[in-house]
Every structure is written in structure tokens, then in C-alpha cells.
Design a protein. Sequence first.
Length: 135
Amino acid sequence: MTLRAVLASHGMAELTDTAELLTCELVTNAVRHSDGPAQLRIRHLCESRLRVSIWDTNPTIPAPFDAPPSPLDRFTALTEAATRLDATSGRGLLIVRLCADNWGGYPLADDLFGINGKLLWFELTPQQQAYEIAA
């Protein structure tokens, strides 16, 4: 409900369905693969971009989130999806790669406040905005 409310209040309601799906995938992974707390952060960036970040205490960044997406990643993800049609689990990050306009992850080392683990994120852009940015 919070995600829906934030997107509606910022005039980004068209992103709601995709944002909910991808947020659910990353939060589920954070809960399943870490044994500490997790945190969700929603940011409205310039050019009407939405960034959703999920922090958890597990320092392992799953591939391919451990490297920036390549120009061919969407094609690679589609190929991978075609080979995993019958899979019943393990496709959450694949869904993020297929649906997000940008995504990534980075490790968080111990700092002054004791935050460690990793941060995975994705960005969405309204379709018209995505075309204008790419052009």
C-alpha cells in the first residue's frame, strides 16, 4: 500500500503494477536469503525515474547483479527465460532484469553506523520518458 500511495502522490501511478511485482521479488529474496533485518527505500529521481532499493544483511550479491547490465542483457534474459519455462522458483531476479529499465547491486561494508550486507536496486521510467531518454 505504501508503494501505491507514494507512486500515486508523485504522479507515477502508471508504474505501480511493475514496481509492485519487482519490489515483491527483491523483498522476498531479502527475507529468504538473509537472516537479519531488511529495508526498502523508494526514491523519485530526476526525469520521472523511480528507484527502489532493498538492503539486507547478506553480503553476497547474486549474479548478474554483481556487474552493470550490458546492452545485450535484455536479450540474454529473454533467452534464459525461454530455457526456464517450467521452473517454479528462482526466477525473481530474471523478472527484474526483464521488466526494469535499469538495475544493479553493490556491497555495503561495515561503516560508522554498523550497516553491512548488500543493496539491490532497480529503476523504472514511464514509457514515454524511457523513449525520450534513449533518443
